[in-house]
Design a protein around this ligand. Structure first.
Ligand code: G3P
Length: 217
């Protein structure tokens, strides 16, 4: 399963990329707003860090299909492997199918049901983004939702990739990998949590301490 980073913070992106484990960057309007930069500037800066061959996801703001399509064309000029996030709604599906004809790859976002995911794939979305943490927040089961979509796509041989978003902890990421999700997009904090383990830290300290007693000459 691929891991993308869900941030527009330049330092976090640089640090995560240096680890060699991140294959894409996802943003949304809230993430962009946190950085206090113009959308175009933020995307161009990220593009400069990750290079041409890495996916960057940027979202449209328009609510009508023609506005989404127009915006998508503009956003696509900012980066070679740009994926356009389109919100799940009737106008969004219309935009996705029009953009597919134009050769622009999309991700249907704010997906909260298997039915929405199926329609997104039929409209021609390259990716669909279920928000599992927000499903958990209302007392439902986010991993169950992603698992259902993964099973449905496998049975139907659907090529649309699942990029699970709104991940909140390492257990989400492990659960996603186990259920056959294609991509987990995660905040920087989760990557750090996945690296850290108290026994690894204690073990390293012990190795270094014991090394002090090894004769050096
Ligand atoms: O990619 C979508 C994600 O950023 C939403 O996360 O934590 O606001 O539900 P959250």
């Amino acid at each position: 399963m691929k891991i993308f980073i869900d941030t527009a913070n330049v330092e976090e992106i640089k640090n995560a990329y240096a680890l060699g484990i991140v294959e894409g960057v996802t943003t949304n309007p809230s993430i962009i707003a946190r950085e206090g930069k113009k959308f175009e500037d933020a995307i161009k800066e990220i593009s400069g860090i990750v290079g041409d061959e890495t996916y960057i996801f940027g979202e449209v703001i328009g609510l009508e299909a023609d506005k989404m399509v127009k915006e998508a064309h503009e956003i696509s000029k900012l980066h070679k492997k740009m994926i356009i996030k389109i919100p799940m709604c009737a106008e969004g599906l219309k935009a996705v199918s029009l953009l597919k004809k134009d050769g622009i790859r999309t991700c249907v976002t704010l997906c909260f049901s298997a039915g929405q995911a199926l329609l997104a794939s039929n409209a021609g979305a390259a990716f669909v983004a279920p928000f599992l943490g927000r499903v958990d927040d209302i007392g439902w089961d986010g991993l169950q939702l992603v698992s259902e979509i993964a099973e449905m796509f496998a049975v139907q041989d659907i090529k649309t990739q699942i990029v699970a978003a709104s991940t909140r902890n390492p257990l989400h990421v492990i659960g996603l990998a186990k259920c056959g999700c294609d991509v987990a997009t995660v905040p920087y904090k989760i990557i750090m949590q996945m690296i850290e383990h108290p026994l690894t830290r204690d073990g390293l300290q012990k190795f270094l301490k014991d090394w002090e007693s090894v004769p050096k000459n």
